[in-house]
Design a protein around this ligand. Structure first.
Ligand code: PLP
Length: 365
């Protein structure tokens, strides 16, 4: 049994082959088609396709005007990419506490961490379960802060009937190899405002506005770069893989949800195991199925002895010296970090495999 499954559909192989044969591999029509398909199929707003989720987070911080000396509030329960993107702008990551029942940032803790230097809030939808976005956006509006959702785990999730990717000023997705929609490596920055999307399109390609700059007789476009740009664009080969993989994404997401429901039904009464909270106003993308367990290492060893892989995926990031070392003012984070662990959840797992996981857990550890 695999912990992660990298899905490459037949359609993705066909489209990638076509693209390779065309020899047009840079950013072109496939990128446009992939962006249009993301909007049409998932209802996300103005997706700008990029070469990684980290690029999406960084670009959002740039467009939000975050710079040296500014503070950005984020949870420590994430991957290092979220915090490193803040450091790339020479800004300071400020870690807020999380709700130990979900792994998501606590709006009350965000409010406590705001100072006159705060510029942005980066909530992370742990495992694909949406954060309390109404509360977070209300705090941001009150203090004039940008919200940049790190939705690396949350493609396909919804909050109060809206897709993640259509709620806050910025949302960053990742299409890295082990994500539930992959382009090999890739990402997208969704923007509520057209102006941000236009800026993101220019800045993903060195800051050159390709819509408004025509090639001249000399063979180069006529342009003037006014702000620093990056080489962050997605290429057509990656976009072809993404387009092909998007076709059966709804069915694969549905399968993950069915497995999630089954795990919850079968594990609800297991002593020493606590399911995460699931509110009825949002839907989970189930990139991960995280639970809280007592004696975590025994749990991991017991499942491994049955050939079942488990993983914490990411431990809290603040312990890294680049972020200044472990904070001791985050009690929810400390509790979650001690007992969280995730189980296999992907579309290739059949009922028999799910039952073997459940059976091994129910037998105790
Ligand atoms: C929470 C989170 N944010 C950001 C990223 C970065 O995404 P990418 O690997 O596409 O740069 C990841 C990647 O795994 C992640 O888990």
């Amino acid at each position: 049994m695999d912990f992660f499954h990298t899905h490459v559909s037949l359609r993705a192989i066909e489209l990638a082959t076509e693209t390779l044969k065309s020899t047009f591999l840079s950013e072109g029509k496939r990128v446009k088609e992939f962006e249009a398909a993301l909007t049409k199929q998932l209802g996300v707003r103005n997706p700008v396709a990029l070469n990684s989720g980290t690029s999406a987070l960084h670009l959002a911080l740039v467009l939000a005007g975050v710079g040296p000396g500014d503070e950005v509030i984020l949870p420590a329960q994430t991957y290092v990419a979220t915090g490193l993107a803040v450091l790339m702008q020479r800004a300071t990551p400020v870690f807020a506490d999380i709700d130990p029942e979900t792994g998501n940032i606590l709006p009350s803790s965000i409010a406590e961490k705001i100072t006159p230097r705060t510029k942005a809030i980066m909530p992370v939808h742990w495992g694909g379960y949406p954060c309390n976005m109404d509360e977070i956006n209300a705090i941001a509006a009150e203090h004039g802060l940008a919200v940049i959702e790190d939705a690396a785990h949350a493609l396909g999730a919804t909050y109060k009937g809206k897709p993640i990717g259509a709620i806050s000023r910025f949302t960053a997705f990742s299409f890295q190899a082990i994500k539930h929609l992959t382009t090999g490596d890739g990402g997208a920055l969704c923007c509520l405002e057209e102006n941000d999307a236009g800026q993101a399109r220019a800045r993903r390609w060195f800051g050159i506005d390709r819509v408004r700059s025509e090639p001249c007789i000399l063979g180069e476009r006529v342009y003037d770069i006014s702000d620093i740009g990056y080489k962050y664009h997605m290429n057509d080969l990656a976009a072809a893989v993404g387009l092909g993989n998007l076709e059966d994404f709804p069915q694969r997401l549905e399968r993950r949800r069915q497995i999630g429901v089954r795990y919850r039904e079968r594990l609800v009464d297991v002593p020493g195991l606590q399911l995460l909270r699931l509110d009825s106003d949002r839907t989970h993308a189930y990139w991960l199925f995280t639970v809280l367990v007592e004696r975590r290492e025994d749990f991991i060893r017991k499942l491994a002895s049955h050939g079942i892989p488990t993983s914490v995926v990411h431990l809290r990031i603040d312990h890294n010296s680049v972020f200044g070392g472990l904070r001791n003012d985050l009690p929810g984070q400390a509790a979650f970090n001690e007992s969280q662990v995730s189980m296999p959840i992907h579309e290739t797992l059949g009922i028999a495999e799910i039952e073997s996981v459940v059976g091994a857990i129910r037998a105790g550890w």
